[in-house]
Design a protein around this ligand. Structure first.
Ligand code: ASP
Length: 370
């Protein structure tokens, strides 16, 4: 039977179908159409919360301090205490996975995080996972998880720009909104999501663009995936590139060594020569403009590529794409163009691809696909 379930005038949907962007309180198997006020606690979605530190768990000497503070100082229990409203959104299972400033993020923490998330999501009763993280390397962690996790359930990474002790701290609302999104069945199958400041970003596209502003995160080339406010979660676009269960990537048993160098006025070959001598497996170059490289640096990188080092050409501009055989002769020099990945995300993909021991000639295809 066709019934109208809150569709715009003139639109009718079969009751078995989901309306596009149906109100989140009505969508999904775990919700049963009940409002928060009437829903019994046993029908709330169960969300796992993995805390890793960051400014969202930051502590300063007083409430006016938003720059000088210690990131990752507070335990996950303190984050939960600040948001009593979470109890109305979900049953939270919280764990402290790490307590670090994300500037110090390591591949060891990445490996533990990915393995723990996959283990949690394998439990049928867990609806989704929220990760609290520092903002500095959030985009790298999110993209790493996006490529390696093996579940379609929602995974949401959130953070804060102001420490938990600050006046107008942004962490509590970001955490609330992250849980809201993770508990929403609409969020499934979109890979890893990043939720801050009412916005839902895709892990591949999001980047930190400001040192201090609460609205520090943007998806510059493609825009946000959607938004969350109060009880409503709305998606405006889909994620088209393969992720999670649709990639060949896994947490590497042995991580390839991949470093980033930048091109700039007067750059020398010293860093590339040093990296090659140190035995790196790959180098990502943050090129000028559309991935152009100073002649001195390009010469050194060409020699590195000739010795079997994977060289990926990205841009330091922060948006736009780097086209193969555009600003440098990639085919001739054995380089790979990063497309729309920024240098830091290009490094993540390069490490994961090299860990699979794919032929270097196939790297470009991986950058086209993922
Ligand atoms: N340095 C902090 C971190 O990345 C910054 C933040 O979380 O905003 O952990």
């Amino acid at each position: 039977m066709a019934v109208s379930i809150g569709a715009p005038d003139g639109l009718r949907y079969n009751s078995a179908m989901q309306t596009p962007n149906s109100p989140s309180s009505e969508s999904g198997a775990t919700r049963g159409g009940a409002s928060n006020a009437t829903r019994g606690i046993e029908t709330l979605p169960r969300i796992a919360l993995l805390a890793t530190g960051g400014t969202i768990a930051g502590s300063a000497a007083d409430a006016l301090q938003t720059a000088g503070y210690k990131a990752g100082a507070l335990p996950v229990e303190r984050l939960l205490e600040a948001v009593p409203a979470l109890a109305e959104l979900a049953l939270i299972e919280a764990e402290q996975l790490a307590s670090i400033d994300s500037k110090d993020m390591s591949v060891d923490v990445w490996a533990r995080l990915a393995q723990r998330i996959d283990a949690l999501l394998a439990r049928p009763e867990i609806a989704g996972v929220v990760v609290t993280h520092g903002t500095d390397t959030l985009e790298e962690t999110a993209y790493f998880l996006h490529l390696t996790l093996k579940s379609r359930k929602p995974v949401v990474v959130t953070a804060a720009m102001r420490p938990a002790t600050a006046l107008s701290a942004d962490g509590p609302l970001n955490l609330c909104q992250a849980v809201k999104v993770a508990a929403d069945p609409q969020a499934a199958g979109r890979g890893v999501l990043v939720v801050l400041n009412n916005q839902i970003h895709g892990a591949r596209d999001v980047t930190k663009r400001n040192t201090a502003a609460v609205h520090a995160f943007e998806s510059p080339e493609f825009g946000t995936l959607g938004w969350v406010q109060d009880a409503r979660v709305e998606f405006q676009r889909t994620v088209t590139r393969p992720h999670t269960v649709d990639t060949p990537f896994a947490v590497p048993a042995h991580w390839p060594i991949v470093e980033i160098v930048a091109s700039y006025a007067g750059v020398s070959a010293a860093m590339v020569d040093g990296l090659v001598a140190a035995g790196v497996h790959g180098i990502v170059v943050a090129g000028t403009g559309n991935g152009s490289i100073h002649a001195t640096l390009q010469h050194a990188l060409a020699q590195a590529a000739a010795q079997g080092v994977a060289v990926v050409r990205a841009s330091r501009t922060g948006s736009g794409h780097v086209m193969r055989d555009g600003a440098a002769p990639d085919t001739e020099l054995g380089f790979t163009a990063a497309g729309t990945l920024n240098p830091y995300k290009a490094r993540v993909l390069l490490m994961l691809a090299l860990a699979l021991e794919i032929p270097l000639a196939d790297l470009q295809a991986h950058f086209y696909v993922f």
